[in-house]
Design a protein around this ligand. Sequence first.
Ligand SMILES: Nc1ncnc2c1ncn2[C@@H]1O[C@H](COP(=O)(O)OP(=O)(O)OP(=O)(O)O)[C@@H](O)[C@H]1O
Ligand SMILES: [Mg+2]
Length: 301
Amino acid sequence: MNKIFFFLGKGGVGKTTLSASLAYYLREKNKTVYWASIDPAHNIYDLLSLPASPKVQKIEAGLWVEEIDVDRYLRRFLEHIQEKAQKVYQYLQILNLDKMFKVIKYTPAMEEYACLYALKEVFKKHEDKDYLIIDTPPTGLMLRIFSLPFVTELWLKELRHWREEILKRRQIVAHIKHVDFGPGAQLEFSKDKVFNELNAQQKDMQYLKDVFTNPKKTFLILVINPDKLSLLEGKRIVETLNKFGIPIKIVLLNKTGHSMELKELNFFNDLPQKKIPLFEGPFPKQVLLKIASLWVEDAYL
Ligand SMILES: Nc1ncnc2c1ncn2[C@@H]1O[C@H](COP(=O)(O)OP(=O)(O)OP(=O)(O)O)[C@@H](O)[C@H]1O
Ligand SMILES: [Mg+2]
């Protein structure tokens, strides 16, 4: 079983820098690493001084990076929905995706679902790597992504219930009146396309929930800075993830300097913590490895 690291925290706290430090550290230990960002405003390639590319890039032996193109996943997600809907509801006229894409893109939760499905694909596609490192988008979006499998599962439970009720009633009517419900309409649960689709989605959500909540597989690293706003946002992250039973592995108090008297820091007292001082940039590989030596423990490996 490989391991997945997520770096979370307010904008600018050092998520990309610290995820880079982990990626290089793991390579030094001869582990294979896939390091990606799902932040729509990526900056991994900036840090590595690489030109932007939508593809997975091998930056050295055993180390691959990708700035995941969320729009591409969103389009594929919508195409997938369209294809399924056309198969399941053959009688429905489905909207022209190309025309609708620009609008649908901004529909609530679409970006979150696209990111979630991107993560699912990435987890499966890179199962052969020892470690997956994920640099995350802004907090609000990431917390909604983490919460989606839990929320979606509740919806699916309800929908399955209603589909079951519909099928039961169809069976009764067919039994009494010998009504033909038309081509494609099934009376048996196991042959009903809608019921099977709901089951398939339920399986995906269960898989993602298992990944997110497995403390032996998934490590969430919260990056904070000694400033009030980043600490308050960090607190919100811990509280929200607690509700879903997703634990924080470690809190990295990055860019620590002289003023550490903030009362907001007390909230993190019960969580494992490491301090990383202010470094003078730039951040070439050697500096990143030095940063990693301050916080990465072999216990994570
Ligand atoms: N320990 C440190 N000492 C000094 N500068 C640092 C340290 N960690 C990060 N930085 C600098 O802080 C800035 C923001 O870091 P980084 O890009 O890693 O943050 P981020 O959380 O990924 O930001 P964003 O949310 O915008 O993606 C960069 O200029 C980086 O070089
Ligand atoms: Mg970043």
